[in-house]
Write a protein of this length. Structure first.
Length: 95
């Protein structure tokens, strides 16, 4: 999950163009890309939230560490203050 406080829209557009191929290659599936949210408790960082789904935590880490994404990452870091976390999925208990 990534929250972004975007300060340069053109820079973020450049990042999106650079990062998109690496996401497609990794099998990432965008679940959320949204600037509309309602904070119910606490504080939320940024003005956009992005949630990507990967086949596994290992696949997400491989994407993040890939040469293609490593090249795109500085564009995001220059255009936005970001908080990125990697979390495991949830499997409900089976009866």
């Amino acid at each position: 999950m990534l929250t972004e406080a975007i300060k340069d829209d053109e820079g973020m557009a450049a990042y999106s163009r650079a990062a998109a191929p690496s996401m497609a290659e990794s099998g990432a599936r965008p679940l959320v890309v949204d600037s509309q949210y309602e904070v119910l408790e606490g504080e939320w960082h940024g003005n956009r939230t992005v949630v990507l789904e990967f086949e596994s935590v290992e696949a997400a880490r491989a994407w993040y560490d890939s040469d293609a994404y490593t090249a795109a990452r500085p564009l995001r870091q220059a255009a936005a203050e970001s908080h990125m976390v990697l979390v495991s999925g949830f499997e409900p208990p089976h009866d």
